[in-house]
Design a binder for this molecule. Structure first.
Ligand SMILES: Nc1ncnc2c1ncn2[C@@H]1O[C@H](COP(=O)(O)OP(=O)(O)O)[C@@H](O)[C@H]1O
Ligand SMILES: Cc1ncc(COP(=O)(O)O)c(N)n1
Length: 271
C-alpha cells in the first residue's frame, strides 16, 4: 500500500495546540505521513502568543526545496504565513513544483487576539494564493476581511462564498465556529452547489487550534485520494470529537483532543 504524504506550511506553536504541531498530530491520527515547512516560530501557550520569530525567506525556500527534491506530497496546506513576501514565495513554489490539492487556511489573528498575518498581506492572499486553492477555509472574520463584506446571516455567508470562488478557489468552506447560532454550521460552496455541515456547538474554552486541525484533516483525506466532500465529512467528525472530548490542558484556551477520533472508534469497536 502506498503511504499518503501531507505537507503543512505554517507557524510553530510551542504550546502544541495550533499551527504545525496541530497539523502533524492530525496527519498522524489520520494515517497520512506528515511533513512541515515552518514559516515562523511563535512563543505561545494556552494564554496567548508572547513572541514571534519569522523564519528568514531563504530558509523557508530551502525547506520547500528539500521536500520537493525528495518526497512529493499529495496534498499541501498553508496556515500562518505572516507577510507578503512569504505568501509570494509559497505561491511561486506551489506552481513550480506543481503541488496539487492545496488547502489554504487564511490564518489572520490568533484566538487570543495576536495578529499572525500583517494587514496589508490580506490582499496578497486574495491575489496569489486563493487562485491556486483546491479549498479555502476562512472563519467568519477571515471571510469578512477577504471579501470586504459584513457577515451576519447565512445569506451573507453564501454571498461571501461566491465572491471567494470568483477569486479562483475551487471549493470554499466558511467555518461557523464564530457564528452565534445554537448549532455550528460550516458552509461549503463548490462553484455550483451549497452544502451546510451542521453539528452540535460544544460549550468549552478548549478550542485553540480548531481551524488548523480542521484544515489539516481535510488535507490528510485529500492526500489519500478522497474527494472534497468525503474529506470534509471526516474532518467535521474529527474536529467535533476533538472539541467534545476536550483535554483541559493549560490555564487559558486549551488545545483540542487529537486522540479523540481514533479513541472513539476503538471504544465503539469500529475500525
Ligand atoms: N464550539 C464548537 N463546537 C463544535 N464545533 C466547533 C466549535 N467551534 C468551532 N467548531 C468547528 O471547528 C472548526 C473550526 O472553526 P472556527 O472556530 O470557525 O475556525 P477558526 O479556528 O479558524 O477560528 C469548524 O469545523 C467549526 O464548525
Ligand atoms: C502558529 C499558529 N498558527 C495558527 C494559529 C491559529 O489558531 P487559533 O485561531 O486557534 O489561535 C495560532 N494560534 N498559532
Amino acid at each position: 500500500m502506498e503511504i499518503s504524504k501531507s505537507l503543512t506550511i505554517a507557524g510553530s506553536d510551542s504550546g502544541g495546540g495550533a499551527g504545525i504541531q496541530a497539523d502533524l498530530k492530525t496527519f498522524q491520527e489520520l494515517s497520512s505521513y506528515g511533513m512541515s515547512v515552518i514559516t515562523a516560530v511563535t512563543s505561545q501557550n494556552t494564554k496567548g502568543v508572547h513572541d514571534v520569530h519569522p523564519i528568514p525567506m531563504k530558509h523557508i525556500a530551502s525547506q520547500l526545496e528539500a521536500i520537493a527534491t525528495d518526497v512529493n506530497p499529495q496534498a499541501v496546506k498553508t496556515g500562518m504565513l505572516g507577510d507578503m513576501d512569504t505568501i509570494h514565495l509559497i505561491a511561486d513554489r506551489v506552481r513550480q513544483y506543481e503541488w496539487k490539492n492545496l488547502v489554504v487556511d487564511p490564518v489572520m489573528v490568533a484566538k487570543g487576539g495576536a495578529r499572525l498575518l500583517e494587514e496589508q498581506a490580506v490582499s496578497t492572499i486574495k491575489q496569489t494564493l486563493i487562485p491556486l486553492a483546491s479549498v479555502v477555509t476562512p472563519n467568519i472574520p477571515e471571510a469578512e476581511a477577504l471579501t470586504d463584506k459584513q457577515i451576519k446571516t447565512m445569506e451573507d455567508r453564501k454571498e461571501a462564498a461566491v465572491l471567494l470562488a470568483q477569486m479562483g478557489a475551487q471549493t470554499v468552506i466558511i467555518k461557523g465556529g464564530h457564528g452565534t447560532e445554537d448549532k455550528v454550521s460550516d458552509l461549503l460552496f463548490d462553484g455550483e452547489e451549497f452544502t451546510i455541515y451542521e453539528g452540535e456547538r460544544y460549550s468549552t474554552r478548549n478550542t485553540h487550534g480548531t481551524g488548523c486541525t480542521f484544515s489539516a484533516a481535510i488535507t490528510a483525506e485529500l492526500a489519500k485520494g478522497n474527494n472534497i466532500r468525503q474529506a470534509v465529512t471526516v474532518a467535521k467528525e474529527f474536529i467535533e470529537l476533538a472539541i467534545k472530548e476536550d483535554l483541559h490542558i493549560g490555564s487559558g484556551h486549551g488545545p483540542t483532543n487529537h486522540w479523540a477520533y481514533n479513541q472513539y472508534y476503538k471504544r465503539n469497536g469500529i475500525n
